[in-house]
Design a protein around this ligand. Structure first.
Ligand SMILES: Cc1cc2nc3c(=O)[nH]c(=O)nc-3n(C[C@H](O)[C@H](O)[C@H](O)COP(=O)(O)OP(=O)(O)OC[C@H]3O[C@@H](n4cnc5c(N)ncnc54)[C@H](O)[C@@H]3O)c2cc1C
Length: 234
């Protein structure tokens, strides 16, 4: 695992990818930090912004790196517009502004050496680490079996569907399932054989992941095979 440290990256640009949802790009080439920025697909960073009067939560937030470690020129994060002072400062960033980071953090990564297979469950914004992992697995042509279930409440909110579906057409080890309602046992069983054989990664807002954990354990998956990452505060 790479050791977490403080580093600075220049903001490049933001791009709208769904309703009120944007990808933010930060320059990995022109860095002020010492040493290389190494991270594993699925990890997250803390972003610091010089916000004032932030009463509730201070001047940093955690964001998953949505880009793959092999997208060498930038790292990207994905988030929705919001009313917090932090979000406003983030959305007002001007190109070339130097931004303070801490990381990488997080252990929801894949083990390239082990022959595990994975089921990823992503309610909404929880899809970000899986975009990184799936892109990375495809770039390295790792023969790791993955089924991603991504759910969104509305069509306009769907993230990464075109890109991930296209990857799955080239890499038969990767299956992508999008749903416009809740992921349930029936849907999982339709696409996943040998339910107890895989590792289950569930990422997203607290309530949604608690619900999915119940679904997965209710199918008889042993608890040590279920891993959660809570987007606390989302
Ligand atoms: C590991 C990790 C990865 C994350 N990755 C992403 C990502 O890729 N994209 C993304 O958009 N977000 C991600 N988040 C969530 C992100 O850090 C922000 O919390 C979120 O975007 C909301 O920030 P905000 O400034 O809009 O809202 P805030 O104003 O900070 O808070 C929003 C709401 O949460 C409540 N709240 C405040 N503190 C807490 C707390 N400690 N626990 C629970 N509720 C609290 C507030 O009262 C408010 O109602 C991640 C969080 C974690 C922990």
């Amino acid at each position: 695992m790479n050791e977490a440290k403080y580093f600075y990256l220049n903001f490049i640009k933001k791009e709208g990818i769904a309703r009120d949802v944007f990808t933010f790009y930060f320059d990995r080439v022109k860095r002020r930090s010492v040493g290389k920025l190494n991270f594993l697909a699925g990890q997250y960073v803390h972003i610091y912004l010089p916000v004032i009067n932030e009463k509730s939560r201070g001047n940093s937030r955690m964001f998953t790196i949505a880009s793959s470690p092999l997208e060498k020129d930038y790292i990207s994060i994905v988030t929705k517009k919001g009313n917090s002072i932090f979000k406003k400062a983030l959305f007002n960033l001007k190109p070339k502004t130097s931004v303070k980071f801490y990381g990488p953090s997080g252990s929801l990564v894949i083990d390239e050496a082990k022959k595990s297979s994975y089921v990823f469950l992503a309610p909404g914004i929880g899809i970000t680490p899986f975009r990184s992992i799936i892109k990375y697995v495809s770039q390295k042509d790792l023969n790791i079996p993955i089924v991603l279930f991504a759910s969104f409440s509305k069509k306009e909110e769907v993230l990464f569907s075109t890109e991930l579906t296209s990857i799955s057409k080239t890499y038969p080890n990767i299956k992508i399932v999008y749903a416009l309602n809740r992921i349930n046992e029936e849907l999982i069983k339709k696409y996943v054989r040998n339910i107890n054989k895989h590792l289950y990664y569930i990422v997203g807002p607290a309530l949604a992941i608690a619900d999915l954990e119940e679904v997965v354990s209710g199918m008889g998956v042993e608890s040590w095979k279920i891993f959660l990452e809570d987007f606390e505060g989302y």
